[in-house]
Design a protein around this ligand. Structure first.
Ligand SMILES: Nc1ncnc2c1ncn2[C@@H]1O[C@H](COP(=O)(O)OP(=O)(O)OP(=O)(O)O)[C@@H](O)[C@H]1O
Length: 655
């Protein structure tokens, strides 16, 4: 398969051709197997996998499908044998009326068998129809459950993220595999029945049947191969042009789309990308037409040869006319069964590529799952300590944290400051137990995190980050999701909202706490960024309030969108949440918010460079003091010309 032609738009916007490198390259390897023989060889394994999933989903429906398919096969064979009897009766010697009369019982059998076959087909359709959504649900649940249980590190790993993306299609493919499997089973049973009857009529007819179906099978495989290769090569391109389309209509991009005239610009690029995809579609259609023409010609040739052989058999006296009549019908139905069987095997194979990604994801997710078990975190702990902690993200050369040691005693307020990218958020994730350090250790009351039950550690942590989740649910539920399994009473909800300063926010919503906070739904309301932060603070409060034992409250840039007054209040409230059974860890760039912390740690390029109280650090006159003065200077009155301004610090290069 040649590399795709890169459209100018693709080059301009994305810096080159978009290729999916992991999930799809796996498919490419699978494609090598996609010869007729390969697909047939893989068939038992594919069917076994589908059956196992279906068995888990709904046994009785699966049995129903199996029985009705076997019933249809028996009906096909019985129908052909009855047709043979009719032919014999009609083409035999004697009076035409007598011949017709003697054919009647067999004709009745043909009719009854046809009805029975239709009944079996209907039953199979209804059972398979029940099975399909169940199988999809089982596969989707497996996928979602696995995704929520993996380590955060895996989620942050781009390779794993890609696997999550690719595996998403697996559930619907597992559903489609049911119908493909049923159709393949149907084709196989009908074919066996027809082949059995043909072998009884004349053994020479069997290879001829294969000869008719082979070109069609080849054609179907070839067309499918071409389609795979094309999908593989173009999938990223299609996703990107869809993304462009979405950007043009999305609410978040609406302002720049209009004001910066991004709309017409992107629309033009969208057109460019669509045109190159259309060229590919045309190429595929032309290839398909040619392949199908060749396959039909070869199949027709084989059919003509079959009739020629039958004619010769009749003339040479090796076959009766009645048998030949039945054989014509059997050959036609057999070749149709074989043709559709090839297509269904092919479809099974195509769907199985996605199901295999799904299974690969489940395996990988299990390998990266947060381990269950371990020691419970003691109810009371002196604090949480980091000892020489190092952490490097998988796709980075530089460590995000390098030899960090600090202690967070219960009842204290600890602040962490530092320039952008210095490792503050990473440190918070390590403290929360979400990321496991690659070197050094984290200890809860002296017990290393590696010995502890991680889910128990999570129970003890409340995390409020700047990009906390704005759940598309009601305001009340947005608070409750701090501890989902515990619903706050109206009174508790009121106290929590009061604490966070969110009562006026909720009061002006059309349905109060029952208002849906999701713009994408009709009748829902949207609130501002600062108002959202108050809701986030309420959620953190609900979680800490319902915490039964010693724990950590980690707040990472909680006030970035708050107005000055609300910000001062929020810092004050957060500090008050520290108590004998709780430590507060605060990350912020607002130096005014950290001066009251018991200890302030300064991070730079992943290393802890200063620690102490505000007074200590100001006296030390190091990095912290410089940062503090820089911010303070912003609010100082402007210096009079010629008079040096004492508040302005020398510019230091933190890099
Ligand atoms: N998911 C990630 N994958 C790879 N690198 C990351 C990831 N998250 C952060 N980093 C990198 O790790 C380093 C520390 O990032 P971190 O987010 O901890 O910094 P920060 O101090 O919180 O920054 P900011 O003040 O801008 O929020 C940075 O170099 C950043 O680019």
């Amino acid at each position: 398969m040649a590399d795709p032609v890169v459209s100018r738009a693709e080059e301009e916007l994305f810096g080159g051709p978009l290729r999916y490198d992991m999930g799809w390259s796996e498919h490419e390897r699978a494609r090598l197997d996609l010869t007729m023989v390969g697909a047939i060889r893989a068939m038992p394994r594919l069917v076994r996998g589908t059956l196992r999933r279906a068995w888990r989903a709904d046994r009785s429906s699966l049995l129903g499908v199996g029985i009705s398919e076997i019933g249809q096969g028996i009906a096909t064979a019985a129908s052909l044998l009855a047709v043979n009897a009719v032919m014999h009766a009609l083409l035999g010697a004697g009076d035409p009326v007598d011949r017709l009369r003697s054919a009647l019982p067999a004709l009745a059998v043909v009719a009854v068998v046809a009805v029975a076959r239709a009944g079996f087909a209907g039953w199979s359709t209804s059972r398979a129809g029940r099975l399909e959504p169940l199988v999809e649900r089982v596969a989707t649940t497996e996928y979602l459950a696995a995704a929520t249980e993996v380590e955060l590190e895996a989620i942050e790993d781009p390779e794993f993220r890609r696997l999550i993306d690719v595996a998403q299609q697996g559930a619907s493919s597992a559903r489609r595999m049911i119908s493909a499997c049923v159709a393949a089973l149907n084709g196989t049973i009908s074919l066996i029945a027809t082949a059995g009857v043909l072998a009884v009529l004349h053994p020479a007819l069997l290879p001829l049947l294969l000869l008719i179906a082979a070109p069609r099978g080849w054609g179907a495989m070839r067309v499918a191969q071409e389609r795979y290769a094309s999908v593989m090569t173009w999938v990223e391109h299609l996703r990107a042009s869809r993304l462009l389309g979405n950007l043009l209509t999305e609410r978040t991009a609406a302002q720049e789309v209009r004001l910066h005239r991004v709309g017409p610009f992107l629309l033009d690029r969208y057109r460019g990308m669509a045109e190159s995809a259309e060229t590919e579609q045309r190429r595929l259609a032309d290839g398909k037409a040619l392949t199908e023409l060749v396959a039909a010609a070869l199949s027709g040739l084989a059919l003509a040869s079959t009739y020629g052989v039958m004619l010769w058999l009749i003339v040479a006296g090796h076959m009766e006319l009645a048998v030949a009549g039945t054989a014509v019908i059997a050959v036609r139905s057999g070749s149709a069964s074989l043709g559709s069987l090839v297509m269904n095997v092919n479809q099974l194979h195509e769907e199985s590529l996605y199901v295999r990604d799904h299974e690969r994801f489940l395996e990988e997710a299990a390998r990266h799952a947060i381990p269950r078990g371990g020691r419970a975190v003691p109810d009371a702990v002196a604090g949480v300590a980091l000892d020489n902690v190092g952490y490097r993200y998988p796709d980075r050369d530089e460590p995000a944290l390098d030899g960090v040691s600090l202690h967070v005693p219960m009842g204290s307020v600890v602040a962490v400051v530092g320039e952008n990218g210095s490792g503050k958020s990473t440190l918070m994730k390590v403290l929360a137990g979400l990321l496991l350090p690659q070197t050094g250790s984290v200890r809860w009351g002296g017990l290393p995190l590696s010995d502890l039950d991680r889910f128990d550690v999570f129970e003890r942590v409340t995390l409020l980050t700047q990009d906390f989740e704005r759940w598309p649910v009601t305001a009340a539920m947005n608070v409750r999701l701090g501890r989902p399994h515990q619903a706050p009473s109206t009174e508790q909800l009121g106290t929590t909202l009061d604490y966070a300063g969110a009562t006026p926010v909720v009061a002006k919503l059309p349905r109060g706490t029952r208002t849906l906070l999701a713009r994408m739904f009709r009748g829902a309301s949207e609130i501002s960024g600062g108002e959202w932060q108050k809701v986030g603070l309420a959620r953190a409060h609900w979680r800490t309030e319902t915490s039964p034992a010693d724990g950590l409250l980690i707040v990472d840039e909680p006030t970035s969108a708050l107005d000055p007054e609300a910000e001062i209040e929020a810092f004050d409230r957060i500090r008050r949440l520290a108590g004998p059974r709780r430590a507060v860890v605060l990350v912020t760039h607002r130096m005014s918010g950290v001066r009251h912390a018991d200890t302030i740690h300064v991070l730079s390029r992943g290393r802890l460079v200063e620690s102490g109280s505000h007074t200590d650090l100001m006296t030390a006159d190091g990095r912290y003091a410089a940062m503090f003065r820089t911010q303070a200077a912003q609010y100082a009155p402007p210096p009079r010309p010629g008079v040096p301004h004492p508040g302005t610090p020398p510019v230091t290069d933190h890099a």
